[in-house]
Design a protein around this ligand. Structure first.
Ligand code: ARG
Length: 410
C-alpha cells in the first residue's frame, strides 16, 4: 500500500527542507511540497527543484501575489488593520492564504495531513493550524519543528545525512519573513529591547537621515475604500504595493520597532519594514476623515482594533471576520477619491485630499467671505449641550447654589 501523504508549506529554507526526510522517517509520510509566492524574494523554480532533491514526491509552486493583495490585504486595508496600533500584519495575513493553498492541494492529492515549519513559540503555528483545520477539519496538522529537538547545527548534520542540499549561506543572526505587505526581523541583538536596531537589520528602507533631501509625492486613488490607481495610472493592487515599497522605502518610510504581545503570551521585540502599508493606510485614513461622519469614524476605530487582533490571532476563517468585513464594507460605499501623500525623510503623510463625497463644506468651514454657518445658533446649542455639566458643577462647587437655568448675561 502506498504511504499516506502530507502537504508541506515549503519555503526552500533549511527547516522545511529537513522536514521532508523527517516526515518520511518519523511519520512514514510521503511529502508533497507547496510553495506560495506572496511577494517574498523567491526563485520558484529553484525552490521546486530543491524540494524534489530533498525527497519530496511532488512539488508545486503558486504565484499568489494578486490573490494575496485582492483577497487578504485589501480587506485589511479597508479596516486600517494595525495590530497594537502599529503592525500592519503582513505575516499574519499571508498565513491563511498559504493555509488555503495547502488545503486545496491536500484535497487534490488525497492527503491526510498538512505540515508547516513553525516552532512552538510563535504566532505562525497558531495561524497555520487554525486556518487549515478551519477550512478542512478532517486534516491532521503536523509541525515538525515543534516536535523535533534539533538545533540549527543538528539540522545541518541531519540534512547532510539525508541528502538534503545545504546552502553555504553566511548564517545571519536574524530571522526574517517577507511578503508584499512587509518584512519582519527578529532575533540577534534585537532581543534586547533597550537597544536601538542597528542599520544592518533593514533591507527595504533607507535610513531617514540618508533619504533624499527632496520629497516625493504620490497620489493614491480609491474606489469604495480600495486603491485603484497611483498618480492617475490604474494598476493591479499587488503591483501598486510593490511600487510603493520601493518608492517609499527609498525615502526611509516604513520602519516600525514593536514590543509585541504574541498570542502565546510571550512579549517579543520585532522590527518591521512596511513602506507601502504605511502609505496606503495613511492615505485611506485621510480619505475616510474627509467623507465619513464623526460617529461612524469613531465606531469604526473600535471595529478596526478588533479586526487587527482577530487577524493576528489566526482567526481569518472564523465567522467573526466575515461579520466585521460586512460592517467595514458597508462604511466604504463613499470612500472614493484621491489623496496626495508626501514621502520625506522617513515620514509619509497626507498633504491633499479630494472626493466628490466630501463632507467638508467650504461654506461651513470658512472664516472668510461666503460663510453660511449660522453662528448665532451656537449659543443655544451650547446651553442645551452644557446643561448636564453645568448642573453637576453647580452642586459640587457650592452645595447651596441653585442650578442656573439661564446662562448669566454679561
Ligand atoms: N511577529 C510577526 C507576526 O507574528 C512576524 C512573525 C514573523 N514570522 C517568522 N516566521 N519569522 O506576525
Amino acid at each position: 500500500m502506498a504511504n499516506s501523504k502530507v502537504v508541506l508549506a515549503y519555503s526552500g529554507g533549511l527547516d522545511t527542507s529537513v522536514a521532508i526526510p523527517w516526515l518520511r522517517e518519523s511519520k512514514g509520510l510521503d511529502v508533497v511540497a507547496v510553495t506560495v509566492d506572496v511577494g517574498q524574494p523567491v526563485d520558484l523554480e529553484r525552490v521546486r527543484k530543491k524540494a524534489i532533491a530533498s525527497g519530496a514526491v511532488a512539488a508545486y509552486v503558486a504565484d499568489a501575489r494578486r490573490e494575496f493583495a485582492e483577497e487578504f490585504i485589501a480587506p485589511a486595508l479597508r479596516a486600517n488593520a494595525l495590530y497594537e496600533g502599529i503592525y500592519p500584519l503582513g505575516t499574519a495575513l499571508a498565513r491563511p492564504l498559504i493555509g488555503r493553498h495547502l488545503v486545496e492541494v491536500a484535497r487534490r492529492e488525497d492527503a491526510a495531513y498538512v505540515a508547516h515549519g513553525c516552532t512552538g513559540k510563535g504566532n505562525d503555528q497558531v495561524r497555520f493550524d487554525l486556518s487549515t483545520t478551519g477550512l478542512a477539519p478532517e486534516l491532521g496538522v503536523i509541525a515538525p519543528a515543534r516536535e523535533w529537538k534539533m538545533t540549527r547545527e543538528d539540522e545541518i548534520v541531519y540534512a547532510r545525512e539525508h541528502g538534503v542540499p545545504v546552502e553555504a549561506t553566511s548564517a545571519s543572526p536574524y530571522s526574517t519573513d517577507e511578503n508584499l505587505w512587509g518584512r519582519s526581523v527578529e532575533c540577534g541583538i534585537l532581543e534586547d529591547p533597550a537597544i536601538e536596531p542597528p542599520e544592518e537589520v533593514y533591507a527595504w528602507t533607507r535610513s531617514p537621515s540618508a533619504a533624499p533631501d527632496q520629497p516625493a509625492y504620490v497620489t493614491v486613488s480609491f474606489e469604495r475604500g480600495t486603491p485603484v490607481a497611483l498618480d492617475g495610472e490604474r494598476r493591479p493592487l499587488h503591483e501598486m504595493i510593490a511600487h510603493l515599497n520601493r518608492l517609499a522605502g527609498d525615502h526611509g518610510v516604513g520602519r516600525i520597532d514593536h514590543l509585541e504581545s504574541r498570542v502565546v503570551g510571550i512579549k517579543s521585540r520585532e522590527v518591521y519594514e512596511c513602506p507601502a502599508a504605511l502609505v496606503l493606510i495613511g492615505a485611506h485614513q485621510a480619505l475616510e476623515a474627509l467623507v465619513l461622519p464623526r460617529d461612524l469614524l469613531e465606531f469604526k476605530r473600535t471595529v478596526e482594533q478588533r479586526y487587527a487582533q482577530l487577524v493576528y490571532d489566526g482567526l481569518w476563517f472564523a465567522p467573526l471576520r466575515g461579520a466585521l468585513d460586512a460592517f467595514v464594507d458597508s462604511t466604504q460605499a463613499r470612500v472614493t477619491g484621491e489623496v496626495a501623500m508626501k514621502l520625506f525623510k522617513g515620514r509619509a503623510h497626507p498633504v491633499g485630499r479630494r472626493s466628490e463625497n466630501a463632507l467638508y463644506q467650504p461654506a461651513l468651514a470658512t472664516y472668510s467671505t461666503g460663510d453660511r454657518f449660522r453662528s448665532e445658533m451656537a449659543e443655544g446649542f451650547i446651553y442645551v449641550w452644557g446643561l448636564p455639566v453645568r448642573t453637576w458643577s453647580a452642586i459640587g462647587a457650592a452645595p447651596t447654589a441653585s442650578v442656573a437655568t439661564n446662562p448669566p448675561r454679561a
